[in-house]
Design a protein. Structure first.
Length: 331
């Protein structure tokens, strides 16, 4: 559980990030590459970039495992240009690196870094420089070709959340950051892999939208660093395709109907509530609930209750249908 403790002053200093953060996206996209559950949203991107991942990524991927903590020093200077971020990473102080590596080993007791990990902990500037170069090279190869599309979807998220803030204040915005978000002033609670208390103490909070973040929010472990909460945005499932899958979309709409097809595409973006899916599919929650029941009966959607909320996820059969694949039939 992550608990973010606000004061009135913190609320006046809380801001929405207006651009994707290059180094946060580097770290989180490495999670996506190492996991096998990329599905409809990230599957096409993963397939396209696997053949062009630079060899230097071998220095980055051990520090960004498939799940859990990445060292804070990999995501410096939020809001700065990528060049400034890379320079900040390259010049990280030895004590900061050591502290972050201690936290890494604490949260990943069963993982062992390669031999260069000891050199990094000893303050070897050459190894740190190679890690910074690897992040830069990886961005150019695997993220830069898609960056305009990523920026466009992050900007769309900001527009939507700005409207939410204008209509319903911080409560409306906080409650829609993630399906697990619970807001009761002065504390925002969210599901988190570890128990962590974030006391803002008048510093405010940066709400940083992330394109490659999918399941949970994330943040920095060091409480002395400027507070940031990285949260997942909604996606267009066909974002990585060279052209929109119009023929496939028309076929799916013919098969399921417009609303059910839109709900299925929306569910491919990750775990979501009925209200969130209704928003993405441009329909009302009662109408979405009725169509989700039909999708569930067809084994395309799985639903389960979490406290007072029903959460929906796409099934393997639903993913196969969106991908245009022939689902396996048991013998």
């Amino acid at each position: 559980m992550l608990r973010v403790h606000f004061t009135g002053e913190d609320l006046t200093r809380t801001v929405l990030g207006d651009e994707p953060d290059a180094l946060w996206e580097v770290s989180i996209s490495l999670h996506r590459l190492q996991r096998r559950d990329t599905g409809v949203v990230f599957g096409p991107w993963r397939s396209q970039v696997l053949s062009r991942i630079p060899a230097a990524v071998r220095l980055l991927s051990p520090l960004a495992p498939a799940k859990g903590y990445c060292p804070d020093f990999l995501t410096p200077a939020r809001g700065a240009s990528r060049a400034t971020q890379i320079d900040s990473l390259r010049s990280t102080g030895r004590e900061t690196v050591r502290a972050d590596l201690r936290e890494f080993h604490r949260q990943h007791p069963h993982l062992r870094l390669p031999s260069w990990g000891a050199q990094l902990a000893d303050g070897d500037a050459t190894v740190l420089g190679r890690i910074a170069d690897a992040a830069d090279t990886y961005f150019d190869a695997c993220l830069s070709p898609y960056w305009d599309r990523i920026r466009a979807q992050v900007h769309r998220d900001r527009v939507r959340r700005t409207a939410l803030l204008a209509r319903g204040g911080w409560e409306a915005l906080f409650r829609t950051l993630h399906h697990s978000a619970r807001w009761s002033y002065p504390v925002l609670e969210l599901d988190y892999p570890v128990d962590q208390e974030m006391h803002l103490q008048g510093r405010g909070l940066v709400l940083q939208p992330s394109f490659f973040c999918r399941y949970n929010v994330t943040s920095l472990a060091d409480p002395r660093l400027p507070p940031v909460l990285v949260y997942p945005i909604d996606h267009d499932p066909g974002w990585a395709l060279p052209t929109p899958p119009t023929e496939q979309t028309r076929s799916l709409t013919t098969l399921l109907g417009t609303t059910r097809a839109q709900l299925l595409y929306a569910a491919a973006d990750g775990v979501a509530t009925t209200q969130q899916l209704a928003h993405r599919a441009h329909t009302t929650p009662p109408n979405a609930s009725r169509h989700l029941t039909a999708l569930r009966e067809a084994a395309l959607i799985h639903s389960h209750r979490n406290r007072n909320t029903v959460l929906h996820t796409i099934t393997r059969l639903g993913t196969a249908l969106l991908n245009g694949q022939q689902p396996a039939v048991p013998a």
